[in-house]
Design a protein around this ligand. Structure first.
Ligand code: ATP
Length: 304
């Protein structure tokens, strides 16, 4: 059975189309990263999943249950970290987790959960005194209660320092190994690249790509990145490179280094064109296109 199955889902707010006929399947056991620039529709999709808002057209199923008609059964199997969740000021961290345990009728030790997300020491402090990162850890802990079959996480790394982000990745890996499906949105592409089996890229409400990271690379013609040290590196040199068939982008990194994303076949042609234009290639290496490079190619914008 599929964990998430969206069929032709659209959501309009007045004249604003937040999602436009999105078809998406997330299989049980997958870790799926949901990417898109600000305002692309990621939170809207997650809000539809959770039945916080209704689709204008189309439907979404969770474990075979329509999110609107049979959502309750499905939601019992889900752990959620919503965007911008605010903690209850008067409750301690422990009380938050106890609340989640009661409402999910789960059997868990709140301190074990708080330990897992790294705030056991702060269990009995009021959550209003928590830092942003601690509050985010607490909400993740609440999402983990009851060993959910699906974790839906909207920007889980918000507020976390690099250590916190690494711990978050580790928890996602452990949860996935336990058998949970993970669906999360993020602007932190290194994070997505490190843990996801597949990614979907949303832009202006449309799903412009869904694939493995390897698959995205291939569909961008090999997705090679060349890093060239050139003399001279000026506008004329950049124009020469951009004129070669198969070149997607050519951006100067500093005074003498340029980064070029291109198809595999274009690499040799670039060197030939530079030689023809009298440009000296001082240094030359290739790198695999990162998810960030591919995101820019698909959406024309940076993820952050
Ligand atoms: N309640 C609402 N009323 C009107 N427009 C809305 C509402 N919620 C979202 N939108 C619009 O829908 C579009 C998609 O927004 P959404 O919050 O889903 O994007 P997002 O990809 O999650 O963005 P971000 O990365 O900034 O969180 C935006 O143009 C936004 O202005």
């Amino acid at each position: 059975m599929e964990a998430i199955e969206a069929t032709e889902v659209s959501k309009r707010y007045g004249t604003e189309t937040a999602l436009d006929r999105v078809d998406l399947t997330v299989r049980e056991g997958e870790t799926f990263g949901f990417l898109g620039p600000n305002g692309a529709g990621k939170s809207t999709f997650i809000n539809l999943l959770l039945d916080f808002v209704k689709p204008t057209e189309g439907s979404i199923e969770l474990f075979g249950h329509d999110c609107q008609r049979g959502g309750v059964e499905a939601r019992e199997r889900i752990g959620v970290l919503p965007e911008g969740y605010s903690v209850f000021d008067r409750l301690t961290g422990r009380q938050h987790v106890e609340y989640a345990i009661r409402s999910k009728e789960a059997d868990a030790d709140p301190l074990d959960i708080l330990d897992r997300v790294g705030i056991r020491e702060d269990a009995d402090r009021q959550a209003s005194d928590y830092s942003k990162g601690m509050a985010q850890r607490l909400v993740l802990g609440m999402a983990l209660v009851g060993e959910p079959d699906l974790l839906v996480l909207d920007e889980p790394s918000t507020g976390l320092d690099p250590n916190g982000a690494a711990e978050m990745r580790e928890i996602l890996r452990e949860e996935n190994e336990r058998g949970a499906t993970i669906f999360f949105s993020s602007h932190i592409l290194e994070q997505v690249e490190a843990v996801c089996d597949r990614v979907g890229i949303l832009q202006d409400g449309e799903l412009v790509a869904v694939d493995t990271i390897e698959g995205l690379r291939e569909s961008l013609g090999g997705g090679t990145k060349l890093v060239l040290a050139l003399d001279p590196l000026d506008e004329g040199t950049l124009t020469t490179i951009r004129g070669v068939e198969g070149v997607e982008t050519a951006v100067a990194r500093d005074d003498d280094t340029v980064e070029v994303t291109c198809t595999n076949d274009a690499k040799m042609d670039i060197l030939v064109a530079l030689h023809g234009a009298g440009v000296d290639v001082v240094n030359f290496r290739t790198e695999e296109a990162s998810l960030e490079d591919m995101f820019i190619e698909y959406t024309g914008t940076s993820a952050r």
